[in-house]
Design a protein around this ligand. Structure first.
Ligand code: SF4
Length: 455
């Protein structure tokens, strides 16, 4: 189904839509306050964008430098061309150690590669340890937001879910109780896990180390307790030097949730004695995106989620309506690059208001790229006959001033006199949830001429 149809499903529950909208807008406002408290915020964004542009222009060199330094630190580095290879590599490491239980901290890359079902099909239990991720895992749903995976769920729904899966008592959605029960449940999983999988927020080329940001400390807990740590990273996650972390860490948390910094910014450099550390560097379509001049800047993304929190479409259609690992404005740029036909409706899920570009900490021109994708899609993907015909007619009308004036007059007459059921028919998508504005007797041109005459 196209995004609009999926959104219609979410839109059926109006109260939920309003609550979802407000919850995300609250996060957006926190982001604004936090950003305005940093002197030189715009300079910081410029700097981050320039650093990322430099990384992408010299990606091959930085990747090799990172590999060499990581290997010197005693880390095993693997390369995966696509999701399948990534999953096989992770599985082979786990199989070598006869691992049956894995704890995993939040990683959008492993979601993108569908690692969980792959490992589960090989009899390995995977427990997502980020609370939001664990909630959606228990509900057997994908995350609906990259930073707030369970933002679409009310606390009362979590209450019921925990009763069913964790055996908790009914608590009317008391967050304190639910969190403490989740902590107990996860602690047991951490202690029994044989291996830990984490994502990577930033990989530092000149040290071979990497940083994982969490608010719950779950990445550290997993990695420190298990004998094997596997870190999965997209190849664009590099930064040249450790000093550049100061730029990105200041931007990331403020843009994501309005916090000055994530509660845990954990630095991993080498395995502890007697343990193993692996890094899997994944391409999975990134090289191709890099080769698309109009869209390469989308690889600057540091996955803060700010573009989702501000997007009027995302806030009122929910993350699941995008049917993609990364929803929202940035997902609508990345997903068509992976499968143009499947995701061809996504670049149209935008008002092109530009709010996403305004908040993006690495200054990606998101709305311009969405517009560019639309131009590609109308050329390369067959469009519905109705849409093509209507646009063709509209094109001829708009190109002819006399015709435009005639159609305007007739439409105004129709809108004033036709019965409501005709005006608000299935063809009128605007009128599904709104009344049309009051119809004037004249168009702007006529009004202007009349006004001039009376002056
Ligand atoms: S595109 Fe920009 S705002 Fe959106 S998630 Fe990425 S970094 Fe954040």
């Amino acid at each position: 189904m196209a995004h609009a149809d999926e959104a219609a499903v979410f839109n059926k529950d109006e109260a939920k839509v309003d609550w979802h909208d407000k919850a995300l807008w609250f996060v957006r406002q926190k982001r604004d306050k936090s950003a305005h408290n940093v002197k030189g915020w715009e300079n910081l964004r410029d700097l981050a964008s320039a650093i990322k542009a430099n990384v992408l222009s010299n990606l091959d060199g930085y990747l090799l430098q990172f590999e060499e330094n990581a290997q010197k630190n005693g880390v095993t580095v693997h390369w995966a061309a696509d999701a399948e290879e990534h999953n096989k590599i992770v599985h082979s490491i786990l199989a070598k150690h006869d691992v049956k239980k894995v704890v995993k901290s939040k990683s959008m890359l492993t979601e993108e590669c569908h690692l969980n079902p792959y490992l589960e099909s090989h009899d390995i239990e995977v427990i997502d340890t980020d609370l939001g991720e664990r909630i959606v895992q228990l509900a057997q749903e994908p995350p609906s937001h990259i930073v707030l995976p369970a933002i679409h769920k009310r606390k009362e729904e979590v209450d019921v879910l925990f009763q069913e899966h964790l055996g908790t008592k009914p608590c009317n959605g008391d967050p304190q109780y639910l969190t403490s029960e989740a902590r107990k449940h996860l602690r047991d999983k951490f202690l029994k896990a044989d291996a830990a999988i984490t994502g990577v927020n930033f990989a530092v080329a000149d040290t071979g180390g990497f940083v994982v940001c969490t608010n719950e400390g779950n990445a550290d807990m997993g990695a420190h307790l298990a004998k094997v740590h596997i870190a999965c990273m997209g190849m664009e996650k590099l930064i040249p030097q450790e000093k550049h972390l100061g730029v990105f860490l200041r931007l990331l948390a403020r843009s994501a949730t309005g916090q000055p910094i994530t509660t845990y910014s954990s630095h991993f450099n080498k395995p502890e004695p007697g343990k193993e550390m692996h890094i899997v560097i994944v391409d999975n379509g990134r090289t191709e995106q890099l080769s698309r001049e109009d869209f390469r800047a989308s690889l600057h993304c540091i996955r803060c989620g700010a573009c989702m929190n501000t997007c009027p479409i995302y806030r009122r259609s929910g993350g699941h309506s995008y049917k993609a690992t990364i929803p929202g404005p940035i997902g609508s740029i990345l997903s068509p690059g992976i499968d143009l036909k499947k995701h061809s409706s996504l670049p149209f899920a935008s008002t092109l208001c530009g709010s996403c570009s305004d908040v993006c900490p690495v200054k990606i021109n998101i709305h311009e790229q969405l517009y560019k994708w639309r131009q590609v899609i109308v050329k390369d993907v067959p469009q519905p006959v109705v849409k093509k015909t209507v646009l063709k007619i509209a094109g001829s009308v708009l190109a002819n001033s006399k015709m435009y004036s005639f159609v305007g007059k007739s439409s105004r007459f129709m809108l004033k006199h036709a019965p409501r059921f005709l005006i608000y028919s299935k063809l009128n998508a605007w009128g599904k949830a709104r009344d049309l504005p009051e119809v004037k007797n004249e168009n702007f041109d006529e009004w202007y001429k009349k006004r001039k005459k009376n002056e």
